[in-house]
Design a protein around this ligand. Structure first.
Ligand SMILES: [Zn+2]
Length: 340
């Protein structure tokens, strides 16, 4: 195998290792809990062990050699999954087909824009707002359609900012649009995306994603939350605030991501709010204080009569009042869905 390819994989792995090690020491415990969801932090160590094993094999000159025939493993395969240890010739028909579809997906990276319109769903009032802190955004929100025709709502946040985060967000958009129409399950999509990205050497960062499916008639909302800041449902009838907590770890953080799906029965008058951490982590101009979760819930409680669009404006205004009008340091995304 060409040394240049192995060197490139080595660089990617070293970068990924650094990202994970930095995450271990620099992420506050409270944020770790969110991004890990129901997973154990020890699994991040396991992920680091897998990377180290590959790096050791490189040092020994054993990396990229097929365990069955001792020929070189296909370089395209290694670039997609750095842990590959047998060459393509030994794969079964089924394994080959699955690999082909994943290869196609990982290659389909295109420039795409965030949605320009919100979907029209009878008896639901929907509005969205997204503003990047820099020219490109690492925030992702979208409205998708499942195989059965129902709508999906997604909000995601790529760690880091700027061009690299923006490029990853763009590839996510493509993958979401490819995978969602093939299934009726949000957790299926997130699990496949995690598999696609976890061992890809180009994936040196991770992303938190909340993905929900709405059954408009029964008002059932099923969702999977990969380490994303908990969206909230404000129940107007009881003034209750329900947080839709993570149901698994952030995408790209670890292979053994025990993501699962949960459901919530929405009621007439409920307000569903999706957002990224740029909202809750906006700082007040003078004090060292963040906007936080309770202020977010308060805005909904105090303005429950407003339309989704008006609520979005009100949230932006509250945020701007709180920060004293200073420019946001992080990307900000808000999606509001009211059940009428
Ligand atoms: Zn072989």
């Amino acid at each position: 195998m060409q040394t240049s390819i192995i060197n490139r994989i080595r660089e990617g792995l070293l970068e990924k290792k650094e990202t994970l090690e930095h995450w271990q020491v620099a992420t506050p415990e409270s944020q770790k809990e969110i991004e890990l969801g129901s997973c154990d932090e020890a699994l991040v160590d396991t992920e680091l062990d897998i990377i180290d094993t590959s790096l050791e094999k490189m040092d020994e000159g054993a990396y990229g050699i097929c365990e069955i025939c001792h020929e070189a493993v296909d370089s395209e395969l290694l670039q997609m999954d750095f842990t590959a240890t047998v060459c393509l010739g030994h794969y079964t028909e089924t394994e080959l087909r699955q690999l082909e579809s994943e290869l196609e997906l990982s290659q389909v990276i295109q420039r795409a824009l965030l949605p320009q319109h919100v979907p029209t769903i009878a008896r639901y009032d929907i509005a969205a707002f997204s503003r990047p802190a820099q020219i490109v955004t690492g925030d992702y929100f979208d409205f998708l359609q499942f195989e059965d025709g129902t709508r999906g709502f997604v909000v995601g946040d790529v760690s880091g900012h700027g061009v690299s985060a923006g490029m990853l967000m763009t590839s996510l958009q493509t993958v979401f649009h490819t995978l969602t129409p093939e299934t009726d399950s949000p957790v299926d999509v997130l699990k496949r995306i995690n598999r696609l990205y976890i061992h890809n050497i180009n994936f040196t960062t991770f992303v938190t994603i909340f993905f929900a499916k709405l059954e408009p008639l029964t008002r059932m909302l099923s969702y999977a939350n990969a380490g994303h800041n908990s969206p909230l449902v404000y129940r107007r009838s009881t003034k209750e605030v329900i947080w839709l907590k993570p149901t698994g770890a952030a995408i790209g953080l670890m292979e053994d991501n025990r993501l699962h799906e949960e459901t919530i029965q929405l009621m007439e008058g409920d307000i569903l709010l999706l957002y990224t951490d740029g909202v809750t982590e906006s700082f007040a101009s003078q004090e060292n204080e963040q906007f936080g979760y309770s202020r977010l819930a308060e805005v909904l409680q105090q303005h429950e009569d407003l339309s989704a669009t008006e609520l979005t404006h009100k949230l932006r205004q509250s945020l701007s009042d709180f920060t004293g009008g200073s420019l946001p340091v992080d990307d900000i995304t808000i999606v509001v869905c009211k059940v009428n």
